[in-house]
Design a protein around this ligand. Structure first.
Ligand SMILES: O=C(O)C(=O)C[C@]1(C(=O)O)C=C[C@@H](O)C=C1
Length: 275
């Protein structure tokens, strides 16, 4: 199987992906951004991709939600939860008190926001933590540092100046495994839905949420995102604790559709913990 994820070597996503796909016959591809990763799947360059969707400190990875919504041909088939330990990485000889700028992926920077604030350092965004680590190594500078994995330090000849720098010790990221749509799906634990309202009136969101509540369907996540069509208009991403084939889920979807709203099933997934 051809599996793709965010690169270069040493990203958190790569760690999660390698711990999940343990079969011997995997052909790996690393892509420079989350958008490139999902596009490569849509273009049939790979058969599965893994992308981050939510972090326990910083919340939703909105880039993933927005691009899933745009790719109508993709389907989520599993989720992976992995603990995230952020590390301060630098060129040998760097002193912490001399660091003026920290480079990393925006999610990683946000997970260490207070730590960075205390250091009084500026930040610079990169497409991945590993890309930032590679750039710090390439620069040879001792007034900058990257935030990323221990593996990225090893791969780039950097040292770990400080380990476990995330603002909350228990830090987890949820990743999703995505494939192209059109096969049979057997996951039974939860379903991810995209919901768009066709009209705006008081209580419209409450009426939809009541459908799930009435059928004893628990929601584990809800996220609003702009429709991108008009300021102040939103679509919703819902995660519901039942598989797509569950009778209650089928019923909920059809009731919401009869209300006149658009519901798209983005995937149905079981949860896997990798440590
Ligand atoms: O940049 C990386 O190393 C990634 O794998 C991306 C990412 C993310 O976007 O959430 C993955 C896990 C961590 O939460 C930090 C960054």
């Amino acid at each position: 199987m051809r599996v793709g994820c965010l690169g270069p070597k040493g990203t958190f996503t790569e760690e999660a992906t390698r711990r999940y796909f343990v079969e011997e016959d995997v052909e790996w591809s690393l892509f420079p951004s989350i958008l490139d990763t999902l596009s490569a799947l849509a273009e049939k360059e790979v058969d599965r991709v893994v992308v981050p969707i939510e972090n326990s400190i910083e919340g939703s990875v909105t880039m993933t939600l927005d691009s899933l919504a745009l790719h109508e041909d993709l389907f989520v088939e599993a989720e992976i939860i992995m603990p995230i330990r952020q590390n301060l990485l630098a060129v040998t000889g760097t002193k912490r008190e001399e660091i003026r700028e920290i480079w990393s992926h925006p999610q990683a920077l946000a997970q260490c926001r207070h730590y960075i604030h205390h250091m009084g350092a500026a930040v610079k965004n990169f497409e991945s933590t590993a890309a930032a680590a590679a750039k710090v190594a390439e620069s040879g500078r001792t007034d900058i540092a990257a935030i990323g994995t221990e593996l990225a330090a090893q791969n780039n000849g950097l040292v770990v100046l400080h380990a476990g720098i995330q603002d909350v010790p228990d830090n987890f990221t949820r990743f999703i495994v995505v494939r192209r749509a059109g096969k049979t799906f057997t996951s039974t634990e939860r379903t991810i839905l995209q919901l768009q309202f066709e009209f705006d009136q008081p209580g419209v969101l409450a009426s939809v949420l009541n459908v799930f509540a009435g059928l004893q369907l628990n929601l584990s996540h809800i996220q609003s995102r702009p429709t991108r069509k008009k300021l102040g208009t939103y679509q919703f991403f819902l995660e519901v604790e039942a598989g797509w084939q569950d009778e209650r889920m089928q019923k909920a979807i059809s009731i919401v559709k009869t209300y006149g709203h658009q519901v798209r099933v983005l995937g149905t997934m079981n949860r896997h913990y990798v440590m």
